[in-house]
Design a protein around this ligand. Structure first.
Ligand code: NAD
Length: 497
């Protein structure tokens, strides 16, 4: 699968062949590849024991210092370009992403285990769309200009400076583009630190930014371990924005650095979404979508992992749910027939199993699955009936193919259960009543609520979580606002008289 010779190429940088794609394994700083002598291994969940896919540069304090210095230089050029000029470069990047679709899909599939077909058909295209959407939004984001108090009032949007963008290992390519695009559109330079469990598609993206015409230093990539180079980046007081997607635990660390330097910080964090099914729902659609919460082996922050079903349809719902769950094919992510991919890392699979074992010991009932699959990194799609709403599997994000099942007597109890965790990222509701959809939808404490659908979203709408699911909102103008410093300019009408 890989040919990691660590041999420098003719241009000097170390490269590796992953699934037929040649990748640089270093950092991109100031528009050139820079290698660290220290490395970390990236292994494939598809063949964990088959040796490393790549030895990736392991950045340190000096790497972080160099990247921030480069981003300041890049900011001087990129931030001074017009919105139209930046948008043209971003559209070129989107074109290049589309042209490299197959390669990006193949590498992500090997590196993270993501279903290759899903990458090819949905996530790579979405990555390109993220850049196009923000390119168009920044061009359309005209300044406000009005007369009041005998003055001309102008609201100017100023780029803020270098932005550190830290991303997680699940859906790494799409999530990175989602966070990088608004920062760049706003005129900020970026330093991207991808997750160490799936660092490789970030390398393709960085390479494409050079081809697209980003000035040196506008776009920097730093590889390495979160607690090392990630911590160094967020502690640098020259950084003007920090945007993070990952776990609440890491957000607390990053938030301390942001507070120390008084730097605005957004965080997209974990979820424990309710999946609420009323007796009046289209049962087939609801049960099928519920079984599909095992998608990506449950490594999805938005997943509806707590099935809450009206008591009167308990048996019929469970029968249909098991029917659809039985159809899911566990297999190799490169195979188009596969529905459920292996988990990203043995450590994560063991962590997920730990939740299930503790649930068993605590008296919860495992009604489906509940074991790692022999010979691969898969975990059986698992359903647990908790002994109480306080069970750990109900209250904590597991981030694996483990759902819980509870029933409710009426709408009030459904809402109470749905709102009963510290998270509040997303919720899914199935009902055929428009009034109920409106009433329940408005009662849920959640940043996103889908009724009779899931995942589809207009990218200009706000995105983010309540409670420990996040700080701030991304999406549309919200992300542009975060990445900008707004200035109000007041000019007395008779200034020139
Ligand atoms: P994580 O918090 O362990 O790591 C995320 C990133 O932070 C990685 O790049 C890591 O290297 C870096 N990091 C770790 N410690 C750091 C430190 N001290 N300073 C700076 N950077 C540091 O999260 P993960 O395990 O990679 O991702 C899974 C989590 O992400 C889940 O909780 C999931 O729900 C969440 N997530 C949320 C969303 C969303 O949009 N809300 C989307 C995807 C994933």
């Amino acid at each position: 699968m890989s040919n990691d010779t660590g041999t420098p190429s003719s241009s000097g940088e170390r490269r590796v062949d992953v699934g037929g794609v040649s990748l640089a394994t270093g950092h991109m700083i100031g528009g050139v590849w820079v290698d660290s002598s220290a490395t970390f291994e990236s292994r494939s969940p598809l063949d964990w024991d088959g040796g490393p896919l790549a030895h990736v540069s392991r950045g340190d304090q000096a790497t972080s210092d160099a990247a921030v210095t480069s981003s300041l230089e890049g900011f001087g050029v990129w931030g001074a370009m017009t919105a139209e000029e930046r948008a043209a470069v971003m559209h070129r990047l989107a074109d290049l992403i589309e042209a490299r679709n197959e390669e990006i899909a193949a590498v992500e599939s090997l590196d993270m285990g993501f279903l290759q077909e899903s990458m090819r058909l949905r996530l790579v295209a979405r990555g390109a769309l993220n850049f196009r959407t923000y390119a168009d939004l920044i061009v359309a984001a005209h300044e406000r200009d009005w007369e009041a108090k005998s003055m001309r009032n102008v609201v100017q949007r100023m780029p803020a400076g270098p932005a550190v963008v830290i991303t997680p290992w699940n859906a790494p390519f799409m999530l990175s583009t989602w966070k990088l695009a608004p920062a760049l559109a706003a005129g900020n330079s970026v330093i991207h630190k991808p997750a160490e469990w799936s660092p490789l598609t970030a390398s393709i993206l960085a390479e494409l930014t050079i081809e697209a015409g980003f000035p040196p230093g506008a776009y920097n990539l730093v590889q390495g371990i979160g607690e090392e180079v990630g911590a160094a980046l967020v502690a640098d007081d020259r950084v003007r924005r920090i945007t993070f997607t990952g776990s609440p635990e890491t957000a607390r660390h990053i938030g301390r650095s942001a507070a120390e330097n008084l730097v605005p910080f957004t965080a997209e964090l974990g979820g424990k979404g309710p999946f609420v099914v009323f007796a009046d729902a289209d049962l087939e659609a609801a049960a099928k979508k519920a079984a599909w919460q095992f998608d990506d082996s449950g490594q999805v922050c938005l997943a509806g992992t707590r099935l809450l079903v009206e008591e009167s349809i308990r048996e019929v719902f469970l029968e249909r749910f098991h029917h659809y769950a039985d159809e899911l094919v566990l297999g190799d992510s490169r195979d188009a027939d596969t529905d459920i991919a292996p988990m990203v890392h043995p450590e994560h699979r063991d962590r997920v199993h730990g939740f299930v074992e503790r649930a068993r010991a605590a008296g919860d009932t495992v009604v489906r699955g509940g074991q790692p699959v022999e010979g691969s990194l898969h975990y059986e799609p698992t359903l647990i009936e908790p002994a109480s709403n306080q069970s750990e599997v109900v209250q904590s994000e597991i981030f694996g193919p483990v759902l819980t099942f509870q029933t409710f007597a009426d709408e009030a109890e459904a809402v109470e259960l749905a709102n009963s965790t510290a998270y509040g990222l997303s919720a899914i509701v199935y009902t055929t009543s428009r009034e109920r959809a409106e009433r329940v939808g408005r009662s849920l404490r959640s940043g996103l609520v889908w009724v009779n659908t899931f995942l589809v979203r207009d990218l200009t709408a706000p995105f983010g979580g309540c409670g420990i699911s996040g700080i701030g909102r991304e999406g549309g103008d919200h992300a542009l606002e975060f990445h900008s410093d707004l200035k109000t300019l007041m000019i007395l009408d008779d200034t020139t008289t």
